[in-house]
Write a new protein. Structure first.
Lengths: 297, 607
């Protein structure tokens, strides 16, 4: 028993089975990410405040170029196979995988920075103002408000915000990940050492201040539970990251079994690389949409 | 089934391959027929399990607060506190309700209608040796099995299974403090993955592996519906996967995708960031949920079409109209979803749009049903068991479909929404509709799968018992719903009954007539349970002592699935298949027999 068109294309469709299969799979992937992007749009348009500049544009741009480069190299690896150059294939494929790992490395660095970065909201306005002054000196409230306005792009609105809606942003002593008010209080901690972020437009971190946990209403690292923005950011980028990882594993498998397949069936090997490459382009394309909506808009 | 296959097959064809061993043959098989049968048995088991959950719920509705005889003790020992004293607590009722829906839709009907029949029949009907991706097919079944196990295990975890209905609306689904919902989501992710792999495989198979001469308009109608169903699964399921991921994030990582600002649970502010949208879940869910309805019904129509064409001994009436209608249903099914959400306050303009598309989709559905009815006209009908079930499908689905129209209209849905009318409507579509069609399919293809007929006597008892009991179960629900009885009430509405002293003088309280119907329906449900016993006996007994088929084509059918050895060997066909004609050439004048198989060449013209 032999299943037809596993290697050679069927004349009337012009496709071999796996190529049609991967296109269908990609159609379902479009719907998967389409659902998530729709969720992003709906959450964003129905939110009162949506932050900007929470992620670094240069880092994101770098990663974008890394992925685009990997898309080029994966095509080159396939073309090398078609030209019969096995060693060139190996080189390009290795470059692709290095790009993938580079992308994931940068991404995990970004994640780590978020997991250790905190916002603190205070119980009432008076308490909040007290800590703003402690953090940024006499004009503390203004400095905090400035950071708030810049984060949410509120220049053109005349709306005023209570001081206790405004959060103090910074790092905890010892850079712990995922701390929450609940975890800290149940660890019998009464105060925390909090290093506030630099005022807007500068890079000078103020000195650490002591914050009483009894004054705190909410404390959250930049994790999905922090806000809808971070929830959707982490969900989509993590799902995309899993796709990058999965794709890289498959491509690495092609690389490490190259000699075996080259002897067995060069044509089928080229097909496999083509199908893997199509998936890789899709993963790249998702990022091309993700980059603007997460980093730029 | 496989074991009997080998013992009872004529030792005609020699084994070319060496025996691959038990595990490779029956558990990790890549043969589409074995996988189809695996899906079939698993799905039938889940169908029965889902049915038993319903029996427990019906008992509770008829006799609220009373211990269940016999089963109550068992439930208490298995599930503990929630079934204390053998009484099904409201929590357990909710879990059974949610899991009844989930199991019936995702673990019983879809796998049976699409995966089991599709896997077994589609490659045979198009003259293919197997599916395009046999190993993917195996993985698809394994994902399904894992999903089923997760769902099943969730009954036994602390707190029990998911309780927020099969639709799992947030915030309710998220804030219930037990982990049943997490299991539900994980189970769904596996089931969705399984469906996606299956859908890719089906589409690729139909496009790539059709035998020479099998043009699109020569495809049997059953293959067409499976093809369209596969597209629906491929494109409608991923948004639910996205929604499941988001709900999992809410449940496990404390995000607020579906949780609004200012959410208060049991009088306490819920500790979340807020800012999410409960409506978003409903949109994502129903974007799958409505096309899913067509996943449930289209394969059933395909089975009925095959059975009717064969047993009327004449071509299907309006083959092309059927095909184009199915394609139309497939497309339009993607833009009707929000008719489930008229009462959410999403706005009258959106409601009007979805009301319009909902009315439009009824047109191709009616065309399909009409064509099937017209096909009976002038046929010489054989009233065997598969045909009886197929014939019963037509009016039953008709009732189910037509009672859906008042739900599709915004204004009448205001009254009917979330009432027992809805339950009656969609059960008429799926239970005496789809399930009857699937029974027809089992009786129809059983001789091909095993080489033996199922017993006609037991089959007819099964048919008449089921037909009567189904109607006794579901018809009263229309009236209960019209009287205003809500769904998902663990006491069957006793709290809102006129008999409850608290409701004295309340005009809208449920009358005793409505309440007594609960008891009546429960009796009918037990009757339905009894009516299934002959079927279960029949499936197992007939493997061993059913009447043997006289030849490979016992029903004298035209499509390619009957032009193979019985049961079909690995690789399906013993000779090369070339297709010369359309799928339903029955009673063609001038031909020696009243059926002309698709692979039979035209006789050479006389010199």
């Amino acid at each position: 028993m032999e299943i037809p068109y596993t290697v050679k294309p069927r004349p009337d469709t012009g496709l071999y089975n796996a190529k049609l299969g991967i296109w269908l799979f990609l159609a379902s992937e479009v719907m998967l990410f389409g659902g998530l992007f729709s969720a992003y749009i709906l959450l964003r348009v129905s939110s009162d405040l949506w932050p900007h500049g929470m992620v670094s544009i240069p880092v994101g741009t770098f990663n974008t170029f890394v992925l685009i480069a990997s898309s080029v190299t994966v095509v080159m690896s396939w073309a090398s196979l078609k030209l019969g150059k096995l060693s060139a294939f190996k080189g390009y494929m290795a470059a692709t995988i290095v790009c993938a790992l580079g992308f994931l490395g940068v991404k995990s660095f970004e994640y780590y920075a978020k997991f250790t970065h905190y916002d603190v909201w205070f119980k009432d306005e008076a308490t909040a103002k007290k800590y703003f002054t402690a953090a940024y000196g006499e004009k503390g409230e203004e400095a905090t408000r400035k950071l708030f306005v810049e984060r949410f792009h509120l220049h053109n609105t005349k709306a005023t915000y209570d001081a206790n809606q405004i959060q103090l942003t910074g790092h905890l002593f010892g850079n712990p990940m995922f701390a929450t008010l609940k975890k800290l209080t149940s660890a019998k901690q009464e105060t925390i050492q909090f290093t506030p972020d630099a005022p807007f437009g500068t890079h000078d971190h103020p000195k650490a201040i002591e914050v009483k946990l009894s004054d705190v209403q909410r404390l959250s690292a930049y994790v999905p539970a922090h806000s809808t923005y971070f929830a959707i950011y982490f969900t989509i980028t993590a799902l995309h990251g899993l796709h990058v990882l999965g794709g890289a594993i498959v491509l690495a498998y092609f690389l490490f079994t190259a000699d075996h397949w080259w002897k067995k069936s060069p044509e089928q090997m080229a097909n496999r690389v083509e199908v893997g490459g199509l998936f890789w382009h899709f993963v790249d394309l998702v990022w091309i949409f993700l980059f603007p909506i997460i980093y730029l808009l | 089934m496989q074991a009997t296959k080998t013992t009872h097959t004529e030792p005609a064809h020699s084994h070319e391959h060496h025996d691959p061993g038990f595990l490779r043959s029956y558990v990790f098989s890549t043969d589409h027929k074995v996988i189809g049968i695996q899906y079939g048995f698993t799905a039938l088991a889940f169908l029965f399990f889902g049915f038993l959950l319903m029996i427990c719920m019906r008992w509770q509705m008829a006799k609220p607060g009373e211990a269940m005889p016999i089963v109550g003790k068992l439930l208490e020992s298995l599930l503990g506190e929630v079934a204390k004293g053998g009484i099904i607590s409201p929590d357990l009722y909710n879990a059974f309700g949610a899991m009844h829906g989930t199991i019936m839709v995702f673990l019983a009907i879809v796998p049976l209608a699409f995966a089991a029949f599709g896997n077994y029949v589609v490659p045979l009907q198009i003259g293919a040796v197997d599916m395009a991706f046999p190993r993917l097919n195996m993985v698809s079944y394994q994902c399904f099995a894992v999903g089923g196990v997760i769902m099943f295990v969730s009954f036994f975890i602390p707190g029990g299974a998911a309780q927020a209905g099969w639709t799992s609306y947030s915030p309710l689904a998220t804030v219930i403090p037990t982990q049943g919902q997490t299991f539900w989501i994980l189970g769904m992710v596996f089931l969705i993955t399984s469906s996606l792999l299956g859908a890719v495989n089906f589409i690729a198979t139909v496009i790539q592996l059709r035998a020479p001469g099998m043009t699109w308009m020569r495809l049997p109608f059953f293959t067409w519906v499976q093809f369209v169903t596969a597209f629906i699964l491929l494109l409608a399921f991923p948004p639910l996967e996205a929604a499941s991921v988001l709900q999992l994030m809410d449940k496990v990582f404390g995000s607020s995708f579906f949780l609004p600002t200012g959410l208060v649970i049991s009088g306490k502010p819920y500790d979340i960031s807020g800012g999410g949208s409960p409506l978003l879940w409903q949109h994502l869910f129903w974007f799958l949920g409505h096309p899913e309805v067509y996943v449930l019904i289209l394969p059933a129509m395909g089975v009925v079409a095959e059975v009717i064409a064969c047993n009327t001994r004449k071509p299907l009436w309006g083959y092309k109209s059927l095909v184009y209608s199915v394609l139309a249903v497939g497309f339009i099914s993607f833009i009707v979803w929000a008719h489930h959400m008229y009462l959410t306050g999403m706005g009258t303009k959106i409601s009007t749009f979805f009301q319009t598309t909902t009315m439009i989709i009824s047109i191709p559905s009616v065309i399909i049903l009409t064509c099937l009815f017209m096909s009976l006209w002038g046929g010489s009908i054989r009233f065997n068991t598969p045909m009886l079930f197929a014939l019963a499908f037509l009016p039953m689905f008709g009732i189910g479909g037509l009672t859906g129209l008042p739900l599709g209209f915004n204004f009448s849905d205001l009254h009917l929404h979330d009432s027992y009318y809805v339950i009656a409507h969609f059960h008429y579509v799926v239970a005496p509709g789809t399930i009857f069609a699937l029974f027809a399919g089992v009786y129809f293809w059983y001789p091909k799968m095993t080489g033996r007929y199922m017993s006609e006597t037991l089959g007819k008892i099964h048919f008449w018992g089921s037909l009567i009991a189904m109607n006794l179960v579901f018809m009263p629900m229309f009236f209960q719903g019209l009287y205003g009885m809500s769904r998902r009430m663990s006491d069957g509405g006793a709290t809102y009954a006129l008999a409850n002293p608290a409701n004295e003088g309340v005009v809208t309280a449920l009358t005793q007539t409505v309440m007594k119907l609960n008891v009546f329906v429960t009796h009918a449900a037990f009757l339905l349970l009894i009516a299934q016993i002959p079927f279960i006996i029949n499936v197992f007994m007939s493997m061993f002592n059913g009447k043997k088929v006289e030849n490979d084509n016992p029903w004298d059918a035209t499509t390619l699935d009957w032009q193979t050895p019985t049961p079909p060997p690995h690789g399906n066909f013993t000779k090369e298949i070339i297709v010369y004609r359309g799928p339903y050439e029955y009673s063609v004048p001038g031909h020696p027999t009243d059926f002309t198989p698709q692979n039979m060449p035209d006789p050479k013209p006389a010199k």
